[in-house]
Structures are given as structure tokens and as C-alpha cells.
Design a protein around this ligand. Structure first.
Ligand SMILES: Nc1ncnc2c1ncn2[C@@H]1O[C@H](COP(=O)(O)OP(=O)(O)O)[C@@H](O)[C@H]1O
Ligand SMILES: [Mg+2]
Length: 281
């Protein structure tokens, strides 16, 4: 049985009242379709990356899976059960590190464990273990403002992992980081995924990031978003943890990058055309 199933998922938002001439074209009131018929199945332990043009509904998709919002129609199943709200079976990491500024790195990771009823002493030990896992040993007493962007994002990842969710949902978690930090966090995430066997749904608009991380890369259409194609990305020795420069500079990597670039290119062009039309109304 699939771990996660999107079944004809549609999401509409109430449209803000358009004024003047725009009202005629965009419709006054009414609704705005962000996702229109998303179908996707994700297996247990799979690492799926979702790419798509800006505004195509990637975050909307992840929010639905996180149970933060409800589909307008269709269903999302997790272990065969419809998602009805947020739960500790899913950990979410956003682009902006949502850390508590008044808590230390360790305190932020412990925070995720407080909701799960882990006894206090065990919380601290567990938080330390996950701080080690993301390479932050020695930084437990630092507050978020005393950490670099990459370190803060490591804390956010550790916090999501610490309460041991089956599924990790990541919405452009490395987008705000410099290239070098991003690449080292990509390696770290791959290592953690290989070690823990979690199901990961990772959103990015970076094609290289998608090819590097994903076992499958799902390309979305421009708005309203659907899954255009889910491309299996299989490098022979990925399972052994081979990675780094060797993988990034291989001919296979270039081939996948080109394939996904081609799929995405038409959609980005279409999204830009749509934007232009709306702006000139
Ligand atoms: N709460 C909301 N209310 C109205 N429109 C929204 C809301 N959330 C997202 N949208 C719109 O839905 C579309 C998809 O947004 P989003 O999922 O954030 O795109 P992406 O993450 O792919 O850039 C955008 O046009 C956005 O403006
Ligand atoms: Mg987004």
C-alpha cells in the first residue's frame, strides 16, 4: 500500500474582489483555482521531490499533506486514511526557520518533544542525539540569533526528526542558504534519509537539487497545478550513499537535469505568459 496518495486533489481559494477593468477578466469575487486534479502516489521510505514554476501550488500541496488546510475536492490518504489535520506522524520544515528565538538550539529541539509526552530527562538526551545527527554538537546552548542560517535550518530539521515522524515534509528548506551550505545540507539530508528510512516530500525550484536528492522528481504544471510527470531518477550506486561532486558531474546527472529542465521550461514560459496577461488587463 502506498504511504501517501493524492487522489484528484483540487484546491480553490476565495478570490479577492477585483476592481475596475480587472474585474471583468478575473471575475469579481468567485474563486481561484490553485490546484486542479493532483494525482500522485508515494511509497513508504521514498524520497520524492516536487518542482514547478513559482505560484503553481507547491506550497499549497504541502500544506494539504501537512493537514494545515483541506482540499476543496479529492482526497489525500496517509497509510490509507484521509488526512484530516496536522499530526505528529508528519514533520514539516519550512523555508524560513520557524525557531523560537527565546529558546536555545537544544530547547528548540526539545520543544518538538514536549507535545509527544516524552519525559523531561529523556527529552534532553533525545534532543542531544538529534543535534549530533545534524552536526551541531557543541552548539546546544546557542540561541537562534547566535547561529548562521545553515545552522538554524539544521536545528529546524533536527526538531522535525526528533519526534520521529514517518513523513518529512520540506518546503524549499535550503532556498535561503548560500550554495556551499546548501550542498552540504543536501548531503546531510541524504545521509539522514538513508539512515532513518523516512518518507520525504521535498519541494524546490532548483533542478539540480531535485535531481541530486530525489528518487523521483514530480514536475508540476503552471497554475492551476497538476502533476505533469513524475520522473524516476536512478543512479546505479545511490543506495550505497555515493554522492558529492562525483555524482553531480556525472553524465547521468546531466541527462536527468536536462530532462527535467525541458519539462519545466514550457511550464515556466506558460506561467510568465499568464502573469503578463493578468498584469496588462
Ligand atoms: N491562502 C491563500 N489564499 C488565496 N490564494 C492563495 C493562498 N495560498 C496560496 N494562494 C495562491 O495560490 C497559488 C499557489 O500558491 P503556492 O502554493 O504558494 O505556490 P508555490 O509554492 O508553487 O510558489 C498562488 O497564486 C497563490 O497566490
Ligand atoms: Mg511555495
Amino acid at each position: 500500500m502506498a504511504k501517501i496518495v493524492f487522489e484528484s486533489v483540487t484546491k480553490t481559494f476565495p478570490r479577492k474582489q477585483a476592481k475596475g477593468r480587472r474585474a471583468g477578466v478575473l471575475g469579481a469575487g468567485g474563486s481561484f483555482t490553485a490546484l486542479d486534479g493532483v494525482d500522485l502516489e508515494i511509497g513508504a521510505g521514498e524520497f520524492v521531490v516536487v518542482v514547478g514554476p513559482s505560484g503553481c501550488g507547491k506550497s499549497t500541496l504541502l500544506d494539504l499533506l501537512g493537514g494545515l488546510t483541506r482540499p476543496s475536492s479529492g482526497r489525500i490518504l496517509l497509510d490509507g486514511e484521509p488526512v484530516t489535520g496536522p499530526g505528529l506522524d508528519r514533520g514539516i520544515v519550512f523555508q524560513q526557520y520557524a525557531l523560537l528565538p527565546w529558546r536555545t538550539a537544544l530547547g528548540n529541539i526539545e520543544f518538538g518533544l514536549e507535545a509527544t509526552g516524552v519525559p523531561r530527562r529523556e527529552r534532553t538526551a533525545r534532543a542531544r542525539e538529534f543535534l549530533d545527527l545534524v552536526g551541531l554538537t557543541g552548539f546546544e546552548d546557542r540561541h537562534p540569533h547566535e547561529l548562521s542560517g545553515g545552522m538554524r535550518q539544521r536545528v529546524a530539521i533536527a526538531r522535525s526528526l526528533a519526534y520521529d515522524p514517518d513523513v518529512l515534509l520540506m518546503d524549499e528548506p535550503f532556498a535561503a542558504l548560500d550554495a556551499q551550505t546548501r550542498e552540504s545540507l543536501q548531503d546531510e539530508l541524504r545521509r539522514i534519509w538513508q539512515r532513518t528510512g523516512k518518507t520525504v516530500v521535498f519541494i524546490t525550484h532548483g533542478i539540480e537539487e531535485a535531481v541530486y536528492l530525489g528518487q523521483r522528481v514530480a514536475v508540476m504544471t503552471s497554475r492551476p497545478g497538476r502533476i505533469k510527470e513524475a520522473v524516476p531518477v536512478s543512479f546505479g550506486d545511490r543506495a550505497t550513499g555515493a554522492g558529492g561532486e562525483e555524482l553531480r558531474s556525472s553524465p547521468e546527472f546531466a541527462r536527468y537535469r536536462h530532462e527535467i529542465w525541458t519539462l519545466l521550461h514550457d511550464e515556466v514560459a506558460r506561467a510568465q505568459q499568464l502573469e503578463k496577461e493578468e498584469a496588462t488587463v
